[in-house]
Design a binder for this molecule. Structure first.
Ligand code: GLC
Length: 662
C-alpha cells in the first residue's frame, strides 16, 4: 500500500474500496453454473470450436473444480462411494493393473464406468470423467479381451500395418467396455535387457520404435475421430529415457529395482538420439493425446548422481522441449504416485511437478496400500496456488489441455459408454489377428538340417515349462499387474496349436519325464514366468508386490533357462529325430553353447499372447518365418547392455537377424 495514505479514514476508505472492488470482481468472475431453462452455455454447444468451449468452461470454473480436473484417483478409492467423484470434482479415475470390477466382464466394466460418470455429471458444471487403463497388449485387465503379443514381439514383426490394426482392435474393445483412454503405447527404447520392462519396448533402436508408432493411429484413429466408439486417447510413455537407465549392481538381490526407474547416465546427445527422438513423430505425425513421464532420472554430466534430475520434475524437458519446442498440445499424466519419489516434502513435490509441466496427477490411495493419495494432493495444490507458489496460469494451462481432450473424445455429448462394439470383445475375428501377430512375431534363429517346418505326419514330443501355459505366454499386464502362470484367458497354448496341426501322435511332458517314442520330432518350449516393471529386473525383488502378501515368493528373473527347462532340452534333443527349442520370454535368454549345439532349430517366441496356435502355424509351415530380432541376443548376461552399433559388438544373434522359411 503506498505511503500517501496517512489518515485512518483514508485507510478505511481505501480498504472498503478494495473490498468492494474485490467483491464486484468476484461476482463477475463467479463461476456461473448454468441454471435450468437457460440457453445452453457455449461450452455445451458442440457446434463451437473446441478452443471456444474450453475458454468458456474454464471461465466458469472455481479453483476447486480446476484442481479436481487435474486429479486422478484409482477405482478402489471411490468404488464404494462414487459420490467422492462429485464432492471432490475428480476429473479422472484409473484402473491399475488387476484393478477390475466384480465379475470382470465387459458389461461389468461398462456399468462401472457409467456409474462413475454419473457421479461426475452430478457436479455443477457436469464435466465428464475420463477413465484410463493399461491396454498395453489388448485390454489385458479384462477377462475375455483379445490379448496380443507384447510390444517386443510386435517389433519382431516389422509390420507397422499389423500394429495399427492391433491398436484399433484394442481401442474398440477398451472403449466398448468403458475406458476412453489407454496408457499405451510404451515408446521406450530398451537398451539393457536386464530391465523388467524390455518386453514393453518395440526394440533397441529409435528407428524401430518409431516405425511401430502406428499403434497410436490404431488407438486414436485419424485426427477428428477420437469421439468414435472404437477409438481411445493414447499415451506415449514413459517420457523420456525409461529404457536407458543403467544397472545398479549394488541394488541386485536387495529387494530394490536394480535398473527399473533408475538413472540415465548418458550424454545429452545420446539422450536426444535414443530417448527423445521417438517422441517427435509421436507428437507431430501421430498426434498422441497424452504423455506419461518416466520414473527415471537423467544425469547428463556423468560421475556422481547428485545432479540426477527426475523426469517428473524436469521442466526443461516437460515444458521446454515437449510442450514449447515440439508443440505438444495434449496433457501430461504423472505415473503412479511418481511425484512422491521427488526430493522434499509433499508440497515441494507437488510444486515441482506441477511447475515442471505435469498436468494431471495419478495419485491413487488404493487402500490399504497407502494412507493418502489424491485426498492429500487436492488441498496441497490448493494451498500452493493460494500462496502463489503455483500460478493460476499454470493451472489454467493444465486444465485447458485436459478439457480439450475430453471435448475431442466427445465426452460432453456422449458421456455414457457407447456399447455398440461390446459384443466384439474377444471375437473370433480379433483372435484371428492375434494369431497372425503371434506367427509374424516368431524369429527363427537356427534351423539345422531344415528341421523346420515340421512335417505334420510326424509324431511329435512336446516338453518345456511354457508349452502349455497361456498365462506364461501372455506375460505381465494380463488379468493382474504382474500377470501369472495361473492366469487363464481365452485362447490357445502352443501345445494346443501343435495338437491341432500335427497329424501324428502328440506326447506332452513338461519335464520330458515320459518316454520319447522313436522317430518323434521334438519341440521344447522354455522361457520365463510373467512379471511387470521392476519385478522383472534381473536381480529384482522376489517377493510379491502387494504389501499384504510379502510372504508370497515371486520367481527370480535371471535371463537364464531354469534347470528343469535345461534338462528337458537335453533329454528331448538326445532322443528325437529333430529338436526345436522355442523361447517364450519377455527378452532374450542365455542359451549356453553346449545346449545350443544340441538343438537343431531355435526360435525366439517372445510373449505371443492368447493365440499360441500362431506359433504352431510357423512351426508347421502354414505361415513362413518372417520375424527379425528387435533386440540383440547376448551370449551371456555379462554382455548386457549390448546393442547394435556398439564397439566390439559380438552377440550370439545380431539385431535384425532372422532366418526365413519359404
Ligand atoms: C505403472 C507404470 C505405468 C502404468 C501406470 C498405471 O507404475 O509405470 O506404465 O501406466 O503405473 O498402471
Amino acid at each position: 500500500m503506498s505511503s500517501h495514505l496517512s489518515s485512518p479514514r483514508r485507510w478505511r476508505r481505501a480498504a472498503l474500496a478494495v473490498l468492494a472492488g474485490g467483491a464486484l470482481a468476484a461476482a463477475l468472475l463467479q463461476p456461473s453454473t448454468p441454471a435450468a431453462g437457460d440457453d445452453p452455455p457455449p461450452y455445451q454447444d458442440p457446434s463451437l470450436p473446441t478452443a471456444e468451449r474450453v475458454a468458456d468452461l474454464l471461465g466458469r470454473m472455481t479453483l476447486a473444480e480446476k484442481i479436481g480436473q487435474m486429479t486422478q484417483a484409482e477405482r478402489v478409492d471411490i468404488d464404494a462411494d462414487p459420490s467422492l467423484i462429485t464432492t471432490n470434482r475428480l476429473g479422472s479415475v484409473l484402473s491399475g493393473g488387476g484393478s477390475v470390477p466384480a465379475g470382470n466382464t465387459p458389461e461389468a466394466w461398462a456399468d462401472m464406468v457409467d456409474r462413475y460418470q454419473e457421479a461426475a455429471l452430478a457436479t455443477p458444471l457436469g464435466i465428464p470423467l475420463i477413465y484410463g487403463v493399461d491396454s498395453v497388449h489388448g485390454h489385458g485387465n479384462l477377462q475375455g479381451a483379445t490379448v496380443f503379443p507384447h510390444n517386443i514381439g510386435l517389433g519382431a514383426t516389422r509390420d507397422p500395418a499389423l500394429v495399427q490394426t492391433i491398436g484399433h482392435i484394442t481401442a474398440e474393445e477398451t472403449r466398448a467396455s468403458g475406458p476412453q483412454w489407454v496408457f499405451a503405447p510404451c515408446i521406450c527404447v530398451a537398451r539393457d535387457d536386464r530391465w523388467g520392462r524390455t518386453y514393453e519396448s518395440f526394440g533397441e533402436t529409435p528407428a524401430l520404435v518409431t516405425k511401430m508408432e502406428t499403434a497410436i493411429d490404431g488407438l486414436q484413429g485419424a485426427p477428428g475421430h477420437l469421439a468414435d466408439p472404437d477409438r481411445v486417447l493414447a499415451t506415449a510413455k514413459h517420457f523420456a529415457g525409461d529404457g536407458l537407465t543403467s544397472y545398479d549392481e549394488s541394488a541386485a538381490g536387495t529387494g530394490a529395482y536394480p535398473i527399473d526407474q533408475g538413472i540415465d547416465r548418458v550424454t545429452r546427445a545420446e539422450f536426444d538420439a535414443l530417448a527423445l527422438a521417438p517422441y517427435i513423430p509421436a507428437i507431430k505425425e501421430h498426434h498422441v493425446g497424452s504423455v506419461m513421464p518416466s520414473f527415471s532420472s537423467t544425469d547428463f554430466n556423468g560421475g556422481d548422481t547428485t545432479d540426477a534430475v527426475k523426469m517428473h520434475a524436469n521442466q526443461e524437458l516437460l515444458t521446454g522441449w515437449l510442450k514449447q519446442e515440439q508443440g505438444f498440445e495434449g496433457f501430461v499424466i504423472s505415473d503412479w504416485r511418481a511425484i512422491r519419489q521427488l526430493p522434499g516434502t509433499y508440497a515441494e513435490q507437488v510444486e515441482a511437478s506441477v511447475n515442471a509441466g505435469v498436468d494431471m496427477f495419478m495419485e491413487p490411495i488404493q487402500a490399504p496400500n497407502n494412507p493418502t493419495g489424491w485426498d492429500e494432493f487436492i488441498p496441497t495444490l490448493t494451498q500452493l496456488v493460494d500462496d502463489g507458489d503455483v500460478s493460476m496460469a499454470r493451472i489454467d494451462d493444465a486444465v485447458s489441455r485436459i478439457l480439450t481432450a475430453k471435448f475431442e473424445l466427445g465426452l460432453f455429448e456422449h458421456p455414457m459408454v457407447d456399447r455398440t462394439h461390446l459384443a466384439d470383445v474377444g471375437s473370433k475375428a480379433h483372435h484371428a489377428v492375434a494369431r497372425r501377430a503371434a506367427a509374424e512375431s516368431q524369429v527363427l534363429l537356427r534351423n539345422q538340417k531344415h528341421a523346420l517346418p515340421l512335417a505334420a505326419k510326424r509324431d511329435v514330443y512336446v516338453a518345456g515349462s511354457n508349452a502349455d501355459n497361456i498365462g506364461n505366454q501372455a506375460g505381465g499386464w494380463t488379468l493382474t499387474w504382474q500377470g501369472g502362470s495361473t492366469n487363464v484367458i481365452p485362447g490357445t497354448t502352443i501345445l494346443d496349436g501343435i495338437r491341432k496341426a500335427a497329424k501324428g501322435d502328440v506326447v506332452y511332458s513338461a519335464t520330458a519325464s515320459k518316454k520319447v517314442p522313436r522317430k518323434s520330432v521334438g519341440v521344447v518350449v522354455v522361457g520365463e514366468t510373467p512379471y511387470a516393471e521392476g519385478f522383472g529386473d534381473v536381480g529384482g525383488p522376489q517377493w510379491a508386490y502387494d504389501p499384504g502378501d510379502h510372504g508370497v515368493p515371486r520367481p527370480e528373473q535371471t535371463m537364464k533357462l531354469s534347470s528343469a527347462d535345461t534338462s528337458a532340452v537335453q533329454k528331448v534333443c538326445a532322443r528325437t529325430v529333430s529338436c526345436t527349442v522355442l523361447v517364450v520370454s519377455g527378452r532374450p535368454m542365455v542359451i549356453p553353447p553346449a545346449l545350443l549345439r544340441q538343438t537343431d532349430a531355435l526360435v525366439a517366441s517372445w510373449l505371443p499372447g492368447s493365440e499360441g496356435a500362431g506359433v504352431a502355424d510357423v512351426l508347421y509351415g502354414r505361415r513362413p518365418f518372417t520375424g527379425r530380432l528387435p533386440v540383440s541376443w547376448p551370449r551371456s548376461v555379462a554382455q548386457e547392455p549390448i546393442n547394435v552399433g556398439d564397439a566390439g559388438y559380438d552377440p550370439l544373434f545380431a539385431y535384425g537377424f532372422g532366418l526365413r522359411t519359404r
